[in-house]
Design a binder for this molecule. Structure first.
Ligand SMILES: C[C@H](O)[C@H](O)[C@H]1CNC2=NC(N)=NC(=O)C2=N1
Length: 97
């Protein structure tokens, strides 16, 4: 069962993501980052690669694509906040650029 991140887990999992350019919403419930690519094909290719993991892990981003930019927001809808899956998918997205 997916659970919301504990304060301890937040203290461990979030700092590296903040370093990598992710931001946490004021209510602490979402992680966001905008990825910028050379052009649309590269942006959409990133989304395609990330979508494979999202589907594999049954954990899907809220995202928009505008030409070469992909604005990503991650949250775990089932728990109404951040879970380890959000940190996992965020780390994976950073590896897929
Ligand atoms: C039934 C539920 O929709 C599924 O377990 C998955 C699908 N993808 C999901 N993605 C995200 N971001 N949060 C969820 O809670 C979630 N739930």
């Amino acid at each position: 069962m997916t659970e919301r991140l504990s304060d301890t887990a937040r203290g461990t999992l979030l700092p590296p993501l903040l370093e990598a350019g992710w931001t946490v919403s004021d209510d602490g419930k979402t992680l966001s980052k905008t990825f910028e690519f050379e052009d649309f094909p590269n942006a959409f290719g990133f989304m395609t690669r990330a979508a494979i993991y999202a589907e594999k892990w049954d954990h899907h981003p809220d995202w928009t694509n505008t030409w070469n930019k992909v604005a990503v927001t991650l949250t775990t809808h089932d728990v109404g906040g951040l879970s380890a899956l959000d940190a996992k998918l965020a780390r994976k997205m950073d590896q897929l650029i």
